[in-house]
Design a protein around this ligand. Structure first.
Ligand code: SF4
Length: 275
């Protein structure tokens, strides 16, 4: 736990409208993972060309926003077509941070994005080949994810792996090991969210998510509790903070009140939790 003036620090990320999520494919996705079926793209802002991206970026900056997530649906190869915006990203206001979610990407395209000034690469990591095929519908194997991490790391831009609870135990533990083996230190922990029309009827339990935190902490990885989780698990946020997690996205008001009473020094950041 970070100590500052004898108070334990807690960083609270509330991206909201200051750091919106942009989809370059709207609600379209060819991958159609069993746990999402592209439904999680709803609510993102759709841009269909570079001029729209520039206009939106200027609007975010003029409203004192901090940046944006550039993401979208995937093609059948697991790639999100954001690299075609690289030349436009060079011209966005310099006060904005960009979190780039690429999916599978070639080295040249990753370099182009890095040269365009993106601040961070977010990357989902999986290692259970059976689930990579059956849930994610990808013709990929665990080594493809290892290569993807190598490609993103080689650009010199910060790489933040996202590990998701709700896939198999092997998928989680082997993904954590892969991340550790690559020398990456910061991990965003997500968990499947109950979504009508998908295979996810209920969230992984508090205890399953807490066990996942323990696994990551044991590996000396810095855990951030990301925004994709079942928000009805209210006690989970407090339990994670008590375990030493000091970065959390969109906690409840109840958790913030509790943390204040417990003496945590709360730092708010209106941005994505990868920063
Ligand atoms: S690739 Fe992403 S957007 Fe598409 S279905 Fe899978 S999780 Fe959802």
């Amino acid at each position: 736990m970070i100590s500052n003036n004898n108070k334990k620090a807690l960083v609270v990320f509330t991206p909201g409208t200051k750091f919106p999520s942009i989809s370059v494919t709207g609600t379209k996705c060819s991958q159609m993972c069993e746990h999402c079926k592209s439904l999680h793209l709803k609510g993102m802002i759709y841009i269909s060309n570079g001029d729209e991206l520039l206009k939106l970026a200027h609007s975010i900056s003029s409203k004192k926003g901090t940046g944006f997530l550039l993401s979208g649906g995937c093609d059948t190869n697991g790639s999100i077509p954001i690299e075609k915006y690289a030349s436009y990203l060079k011209n966005i206001p310099s006060d904005l941070f960009v979190n780039a979610h690429t999916g599978f990407i070639t080295l040249q395209k990753a370099k182009n994005l890095a040269n365009s000034g993106v601040s961070c690469f977010s990357v989902d990591v999986h290692q259970d080949e059976k689930e990579i095929r059956s849930i994610l519908h990808l013709d990929k194997n665990p080594n493809d994810y290892s290569k993807l991490l190598d490609i993103l790391k080689s650009t010199g831009v910060k790489v933040v792996p996202h590990l998701t609870v709700g896939f198999s135990y092997d998928d989680f533990i082997l993904s954590a090991e892969l991340v550790k083996s690559k020398g990456l230190k910061d991990v965003v922990l997500l968990s499947m969210v109950p979504t009508k029309g998908t295979i996810v009827e209920k969230s992984p339990s508090d205890n399953t998510i807490i066990d996942a935190v323990k696994i990551l902490q044991k590996k000396k990885l810095n855990v951030t509790i990301g925004c994709m989780r079942d928000r009805t698990l209210r006690e989970l946020e407090k339990k994670c903070i008590e375990m030493g997690v000091n970065k959390i996205a969109n906690p409840s008001l109840e958790t913030i009140t509790w943390a204040n009473k417990k003496g945590y020094k709360i730092e708010r950041r209106n941005m994505c939790c990868c920063f």
